[in-house]
Design a protein around this ligand. Structure first.
Ligand code: S3P
Length: 168
């Protein structure tokens, strides 16, 4: 079985995913890392040099590339859910869990980092709110949802285990 984490930037997919994988002795896969490895450049550079549409195309290929995985925890990029085929494919290989957080918490968690091209913006809070509003219906398609705003990483892991009825 695979566990797929989706959700907006800064909701904790990568950190919680890594810890969950360790706890369950499963493989951890970060979809953005796979894209960067394949392209030999960072996500920021991909956006800058070839634009978002190109990134979405290779992101879709990256989803297709993980259709064969087993016993893995996957952290996806925040926008992967906007493509219906991606969501269908992700649901085929595992249980999809959406991590959510409030705009203020997302702003706080992402403000110290510069590697997210979509938030490198003069008004990041406004941008976060706009993007969240348009993506909300897509994140809702996940099998389960967990609000990580006021949870520690270990608590997020516990919540995921509870949802999946995994007793470890
Ligand atoms: C994106 C989120 C990023 C990365 C890219 C686009 C998005 O991943 O895939 O910058 O559209 O929300 P994280 O959610 O891991 O930051």
């Amino acid at each position: 079985m695979n566990i797929i984490l989706v959700g907006f930037m800064g909701t904790g997919k990568t950190v919680a995913g890594k810890r969950l994988a360790k706890r369950l002795k499963m493989e951890f896969i970060d979809l953005d890392d796979r894209i960067e490895e394949k392209e030999g450049r960072t996500i920021s550079r991909i956006f800058k040099e070839d634009g978002e549409a190109y990134f979405r195309r290779i992101e879709k290929e990256a989803v297709k590339g993980i259709m064969v995985i087993k016993d893995s925890v996957v952290a996806t990029g925040g926008g992967v859910v906007m493509d219906d085929e991606n969501m269908v494919n992700l649901k085929k290989i595992g249980t999809v869990i959406s991590l959510v957080a409030s705009p203020d918490v997302i702003l706080k968690r992402t403000s110290l980092e510069t590697h997210r091209p979509l938030l490198n913006n003069a008004e990041p809070k406004k941008r976060i709110e706009e993007l969240l509003k348009c993506r909300e219906p897509f994140y809702k398609k996940a099998d389960y949802s967990i609000d990580t705003s006021y949870l520690s990483i270990d608590e997020v892991v516990e919540e995921i285990l509870k949802k999946l009825k995994l007793d470890v």
